[in-house]
Design a protein around this ligand. Structure first.
Ligand code: ASP
Ligand code: MG
Length: 324
């Protein structure tokens, strides 16, 4: 490809059958970087002693995605199977908490998630209605443990990618554009950023940083740990320079009283979380911490695409349904 062909030209990602020869070449190149990324991530988790679980897609319990200041869900999918209502997976958060509390103290899953974002999010370039997260959880872990694990995972990935995928990164003009990263990443409190930048803090901070940063203390779903005495949340997002969020997670709630109080406070349907509530009541839910890495967002950051659906073989742009 010539240098000016490096600039992504696809505004709204097209279906495979609609691509020109040159766009097919670019798609294949992104595909090789995606394959390398998946191998690197899964190897690091396995090397760190994590067990690799396979995902489930239909379940009575899934992520309520509420309250979450950044959620924008058009429709929730619910269907009856064998006489029981199940939902398509929004995230395997409940499964992770129960699995990490019992048979799998350190686990990860490449988990397909369906979140039917509103059509107006089709053009943000950062939202897709089906995505995959590398969702992980560890028993007795703290936020600090998660930070250093993710720093190892991502620093290893970027270092090895630049070493072993130089040709493909150069083809899409990303070799020099991706900075080598080094932990520990800086940590910012969301409240301080709001005080400094106001409502536009997310776009302001990513324009300023040259290394990934952790953002902590974000009010959201009941399963993220909230210190009732201070009102502070022990949770986090990871923001990449010029790009934005690629991961969110937290230390978790595991105590019955706090979980039920938060579910009631948030108006979340208790009947969808009967098992986790029961296990908490019996003291069988254990302290854990974890997070999910948005795979298409991570690959989107690495490849510099205009729309993360360009990293999907079968694009899932909100509002656009292709045959495949
Ligand atoms: N995977 C996230 C977590 O571990 C939940 C989410 O998908 O928002 O907290
Ligand atoms: Mg969440």
């Amino acid at each position: 490809m010539t240098p000016n062909e490096c600039t992504p030209t696809i505004d709204l990602p097209k279906s495979l059958d609609q691509l020109t020869t040159q766009e097919i070449e670019r798609k294949a190149c992104i595909g090789r970087i995606a394959t390398y990324t998946l191998c690197s991530l899964t190897s690091t988790y396995v090397n760190q002693g994590f067990q690799w679980l396979l995902p489930v897609v239909l379940s009575q319990s899934t992520d309520p995605l509420w309250p979450d200041p950044s959620a924008s869900i058009e429709k929730r999918l619910e269907v009856d199977i064998y006489g029981k209502p199940v939902r398509t997976m929004a995230s395997m958060i409940v499964h992770k908490l129960i699995a990490a509390s019992t048979a799998y103290p350190k686990l990860f899953i490449l988990s397909p998630n369906v979140r039917l974002e509103k059509s107006e999010r089709g053009k943000t370039g950062k939202h897709i209605y089906e995505f995959t997260q590398l969702d992980f959880e560890a028993k007795d872990a703290t936020s600090k443990d998660v930070f250093s694990l993710v720093e190892t995972v991502l620093c290893t990935l970027v270092k090895d990618l630049k070493k072993n995928m130089k040709d493909d990164l150069t083809t899409i003009c990303r070799f020099d554009a991706i900075p080598t990263i080094e932990g520990p990443f800086k940590i910012f409190d969301r409240e301080d950023l709001e005080a400094k930048y106001g409502a536009t803090w997310e776009t302001d901070i990513i324009a300023e940083i040259t290394q990934p940063v952790w953002i902590t203390n974000i009010p959201r779903e009941f399963y993220d740990f909230e210190d009732f005495s201070t009102g502070r949340w022990d949770n986090y997002d990871l923001f990449m320079p010029q790009f934005g969020e690629i991961l969110s997670g937290s230390k978790r709630e595991y105590e019955y009283d706090k979980i039920t109080e938060k579910i009631e406070r948030d108006g979340v349907r208790k009947e969808n979380f009967a098992l986790i509530i029961k296990m908490a009541k019996e003291g069988r839910l254990k302290p854990t911490a974890g997070a999910g890495i948005g795979i298409e967002r991570l690959i989107g950051y690495l490849t510099g695409v205009k729309h993360i659906a360009e990293c999907q073989p079968f694009p899932r742009v909100p509002g656009i349904v292709h045959e495949l």
